[in-house]
Write a protein that binds this ligand. Sequence first.
Ligand code: FE2
Length: 412
Amino acid sequence: MEPRSYSLIITISKRIDSLVSVLGVLKNHDAVITHLESRPSRTPTDEDNEIDYFIQFSVLSDFSPDTFVAILQEFVVSASLVSGSEPSSCLSDSTPWFPRSIADVAQCCTTLFKYGSELTPDHPGYGDKEYQVRRKEIAVIAKRYQYGRPIPRMEYTAKEIETCFVCLKCRGKIFSSQVKLYPTHACKEYNKHFPSLFSECGYREDNIPQLEDVSRYLKAKTDWQLWPVIGWISARDFLNSLAFRVFPTTQYIRHHSKPFYTPEPDICHELIGHAPLFCDSAFAQFSQEIGLASLAISDEWIDNLASLYWFTVEFGLVNEGGSPKAYGAGLLSGNEELQYCITDCPERRLLDIGEIIVTKYPETGLQPLYFVASSLEDMRDQMSAFSKSIPRPFCVIYDHINQKVEVQTAVV
Ligand SMILES: [Fe+2]
């Protein structure tokens, strides 16, 4: 019999006897370990008492993966087993390119889809030479960014800080009025993590936080990181980046003539709307599940996942004791819609991923329809199950120790 090779990714307790038990299961199957790595676990919980192991081993071909995993379940928090080496038949010339390791995400984050420093007539900053020169200066930082290096620091002008946080029309404080809504309108996970960004990352009314500081904080919390981009990247590139726990992030500020409106994401939206939820392990896992599901799928399915992203990560609500609360970044970074979304005006339906992916939505203005998750954990679990139904000629599994995806014909 020819030996077969397997890759096993497990999360276990730091207790020595957990590792001994796993090694005992391998020994009982006459496995030969060919590679073993470990690191402190950052997923799926916030607990600091677990370790991830990546183990490659070979066994004789009568080995039963199902039985092996069933025995392992007694000793591990989670386990993923993939078989053998990558099957060459599952990738063809028609398979869309997709990043295989986190370094490949550079290709996703540098291919501009829209805006950037060259603005179109529908943008409030179109025709403002000073604003466009500034956008080019900020774009240079994103263009020069290299994975593994710190994100260069930005010095924001007083005008940019004011645009971000102060309403030029009424001189009222946008940021502070937004913060006042969170206890009653934002989900409990947002309210749990948002204060820590003040103490750890420089969130203040008179300061625009640095991407590097926020990225480092998220990395320590849930292994997510920010990657500066010069403008809109395509839906495929954006979603593919999420597979590696990378969030492509803009650094520029909306145009000062319309502080309440931006046709594109800007740093205010990214840091106030998105960043706090990435501290939550269930939301972090849900976001990565969308990313993993997006690798190498058809353009039609990319559109479906873009809808899912819109109705959840951007405009999602979650039920808390019978009341809807916001977790979507588009809501949390917009004062008017944050107040509107929990009133009786819009329609609200229970989260159903199968329904969401075929539901149309307006890209501007208040949303007429929101989907309400029963919990962020339930949403994560629904996505994990749903992703298995997406047509793709192979499976992918994320090796979070080496930050790369394994492509296999079957996942146990
Ligand atoms: Fe967003």
